[in-house]
Write a protein that binds this ligand. Sequence first.
Ligand SMILES: Cc1cc2nc3c(=O)[nH]c(=O)nc-3n(C[C@H](O)[C@H](O)[C@H](O)COP(=O)(O)O)c2cc1C
Length: 192
Amino acid sequence: MKTTFGPQKIMFPCPVALVVTGTMENANIVTIAWVSLLTSLPPSIGISVGQKGFSGEAIKKNKNFTVNIATVDIMEESDFCGITSGKEIDKFTQSGLTKMPAKVVASPIIKECPLNIECRLTDWSIVGRTNHFVGEIVETHIDTDMLKDPAHYGSVDIDAFNPLIYIGGARQYRKVGEKVGDAYSIGNALKK
Ligand SMILES: Cc1cc2nc3c(=O)[nH]c(=O)nc-3n(C[C@H](O)[C@H](O)[C@H](O)COP(=O)(O)O)c2cc1C
């Protein structure tokens, strides 16, 4: 049996992305769970950013941002950046997270996040009461000690990375479990 709840905003799991806007001198961090890769050519990311906070206007002004993937080690700092506003405080100073210059865009990246994605704003629209930003990925940084093969970005050791997961609805943080199968291949067993 199933039951229905009408239109609800529930989705899980979601990554916990720390989106940085601004410059090395004046940067802000916002916690974003509504984030997704959109297309591979050119590689692009979509993020939903509320209209009331500091970050939406900052992204429109600066036309770039970085997406930094949080780990379990920085759960408290990540939550903090999602319950405070750059309108009132300097989140880098107060969270203790470290900013580093990006390579292509002006917005800094976060040292403590092992995966940092630099984005140039290519499109945006308002969906309901939220800004939907599309960022073209112009550079990707990965901590080398997270890579099983230093030449391949896909070889990330996910256990070492330990990404922080957000469970919408229950409002919980979790961590990823063990591998259960090989994608794009396990389904071959059902092919006739
Ligand atoms: C786990 C978590 C996930 C969040 N996801 C989003 C999101 O996807 N989009 C959004 O606009 N706000 C999201 N928020 C809320 C913002 O982070 C929050 O409104 C923040 O205070 C805005 O900061 P700013 O004013 O500095 O931009 C999330 C908060 C938490 C704790």
